[in-house]
Structures are given as C-alpha cells and as structure tokens.
Design a protein around this ligand. Structure first.
Ligand SMILES: Nc1nc2c(ncn2[C@@H]2O[C@H](COP(=O)(O)OP(=O)(O)OP(=O)(O)O)[C@@H](O)[C@H]2O)c(=O)[nH]1
Ligand SMILES: [Zn+2]
Length: 189
C-alpha cells in the first residue's frame, strides 16, 4: 500500500532542497496535501491487473445466450489521466477508445471506464497503459479480440524539455481479430 507518511516526509525534504521554508503558511500543509493527492492519483498501484479484473468483474449474459454474436462493442472518448514514469509528469488531454468482441457475455460499460481510470493511476508508459487495459478487459470478458487506442499529451514533452505543446501521442494495441481483420479497425475511428 502507498506509504503516505513517507511521501509527506520526502515532499518536505524536496521543499527544503528547493530552498523553501516548509513551515511558512502556504507550505506547511503541502506535504500532507501532496501525499493525499498521490494516494488518489496513484490508487491503481495498490492493485495488480488481475486484482482489478476481479474488482471490476461485472458481466451480463448476452441476450440469445446460445451463440456468440459478431457484434463489436466500442467505447470511445473515455477521458483519463496518467503519469509518466520517467519524469512523474502528467499525461493529460488523454482519450481512450476501447473495443472488444464479446464471447457470450458483455461487461458493464462503466467498468471499461473504471479500468482505464485505475490503470492510468499508476506510474506508466503510454504503451504499457494500453496493454494493461487490454489485459484487464481480456481477463474479465474472456475475449482475445480487443483494441485499445490511447491518444494524449505528455507534460514532460509539452511543458519542459523539448516543449512541443501541440504534440499528441497515439498508441494502438490490437489483439486477435482487430489485428487480423482490417475491416474491424474501421469501427475504431
Ligand atoms: N515511449 C515512451 N516514452 C515516454 C513516455 N513518457 C515519457 N517518455 C519519454 O521518456 C524519455 C526519457 O528520456 P531521458 O533522456 O532519460 O530523459 P530527459 O533527459 O529528461 O529527456 P528529454 O525529455 O528529451 O529532455 C523521454 O524521451 C520522454 O519523452 C511514454 O509514455 N512512452
Ligand atoms: Zn516523462
């Protein structure tokens, strides 16, 4: 579990290292605030993908119940945040498109958004974030036919260093039929 007391102490140390007085009015509660914020924005680090699959496992049998239909389920424009593990900098303006072909059961739609949220609440690479979401969705639905497309900006690229404020990164994780059948990829736009 996230050690908030240790985070508080380290943030206080960073304030001192920055030449600040950690006891001045505006900063005295900052270590506690940051620790609380980290608890929230890194909540996904308390769980493995397998544990998240267990937690979000809310599925419904498809209506006909007999054969797998070929229906494609696509949830688009799911907004989420994450943090790059190299700079601990915010990934923002992010949107996920998550798709799958059900295998006899469908997952509650809000659970797709929740898995994006929780996988984002980790120190991440955008590429790994896409794989994490695909792994969780695949474990819950039993489907290998999965697509996860992420698009977003990295503040380590926009607000520091090379400072490319307009650059957006797109990552595309295609599995099973989404990889093999280009016609299915049309549904992802
Ligand atoms: N592939 C990938 N790279 C990322 C992601 N987030 C940040 N990075 C990159 O990780 C790299 C870390 O490179 P370093 O050279 O060690 O860091 P740096 O000296 O701060 O590099 P600059 O950002 O180029 O100033 C940078 O190119 C970042 O843009 C991500 O989600 N995926
Ligand atoms: Zn970064």
């Amino acid at each position: 579990m996230i050690d908030t007391k240790a985070i508080e102490e380290h943030i206080r140390g960073i304030l001192v290292a920055l030449g600040e007085d950690p006891n001045r009015e505006g900063l005295v509660e900052t270590p506690k605030r940051v620790a609380k914020m980290y608890e929230e924005v890194f909540a996904g680090m308390n769980y493995t993908n397998h544990e998240l699959a267990d937690l979000l496992n809310k599925t419904f049998s498809e209506d006909d119940g007999t054969t797998d239909s070929d229906q494609v389920v696509v949830m688009k424009d799911i907004d989420l945040f994450s943090y790059c593990e190299h700079h601990m900098a915010l990934m923002y303006d992010m949107k996920a498109t998550v798709a799958y072909i059900p295998k006899g059961k469908v997952i509650g739609l809000s659970k797709i958004a929740r898995m994006c949220d929780m996988a984002g609440r980790r120190l991440q690479l955008q590429e790994r974030l896409g794989r994490d979401i695909a792994d969780i969705l695949s474990e819950i639905t039993g489907s290998q036919d999965i697509a996860v497309i992420l698009e977003g900006r990295h503040s380590c690229v926009s607000a520091r260093g090379i400072k490319k404020t307009n650059a957006k990164t797109k990552t595309v994780e295609l599995r099973g039929r989404f990889k093999d059948e280009t016609a299915l990829q049309l549904y992802l736009h």
